[in-house]
Design a protein around this ligand. Structure first.
Ligand SMILES: [Mn+2]
Length: 245
């Protein structure tokens, strides 16, 4: 059975929202959070005792998908960071391993990835394939790309139907299965009536204002459009925003 979640034995985390190829904003935000980004574009050091956590959606839409991927992959592989998968990682993986048709924005990223050579393509496949859907920090914080309502928080369930629902919401958010007029899937605002005890940190749906609601926080500030990338620092619950370095 594939893995739904990974555990992280700390709540001293800096969670970064949807990056979508915005390397400059990522470097700016990491600097503000006290992480050292080297000339090579990789994270060189972290503040004592802190762990970076990425929410997924690293590529597509913004200008520098490969640089973002290289930084994220290196930070995760070197143990400085952890990450969940977003819907854009899922699309890239499905296209690369099964040839599943993808939108032009994903195809553009794939061309950039392929231009780096077959080794990099293999590294990207291995990286995305190894990403969990959810990260459980200590026993009270869930980090997940699309969100996770209370009835889907039994992460150890063996029920295949429930596991499928957990994975689907983790990646795509609370979708109804219907389509909007412009063709995008209709999404529900699950956090509006969330009553769970688990703190849920998520992204995926762009918000104008970042704020805590019912023990949840959506930190996707649509960086590719706004130039603002958002992080939340735990356990302080502090919101930190960065712009291009
Ligand atoms: Mn997304």
């Amino acid at each position: 059975m594939d893995m739904i979640y990974e555990k992280l034995d700390t709540d001293r985390i800096d969670v970064i929202g949807d990056i979508h190829g915005c390397f400059g904003e990522l470097a700016g935000l990491l600097g503000k959070l006290g992480y050292d980004v080297g000339e090579d574009g990789l994270v060189r050091g972290a503040p004592e005792g802190r762990t970076l956590v990425f929410l997924g959606d690293f590529t597509d839409r913004g200008p520098e998908p490969v640089k973002v991927l290289r930084l994220v992959m290196d930070a995760v592989n070197s143990g400085l960071a952890r990450s969940v998968r977003g819907n854009h990682e899922e699309k890239i993986l499905q296209k690369l391993i099964k040839g599943t048709p993808a939108k032009e924005e994903v195809m553009e990223t794939l061309r950039a990835i392929r231009a780096e050579g077959p080794d990099f393509v293999r590294q990207v496949i291995g990286f995305i394939d190894g990403l969990p859907y959810v990260i459980l920090c200590r026993n009270d914080i869930l980090v997940v790309h699309g969100g996770l309502k209370e009835e889907l928080q039994d992460l150890d369930t063996m029920d295949p139907k429930l596991r499928g629902r957990i994975k689907r919401m983790a990646i795509y958010g609370d979708i109804t299965g219907r389509k909007l007029e412009d063709g995008r899937p209709e999404r529900l605002d699950w956090a509006a009536d969330y009553k769970g005890e688990m703190t849920v940190i998520y992204g995926h749906t762009i918000v104008d204002t970042v704020r805590w609601r019912n023990n949840t926080i959506n930190i996707d500030t649509g960086c590719f459009r706004t130039g603002i990338l958002t992080a939340v620092r735990m356990p302080e619950r502090e919101i930190v925003q960065g712009t291009r370095a």
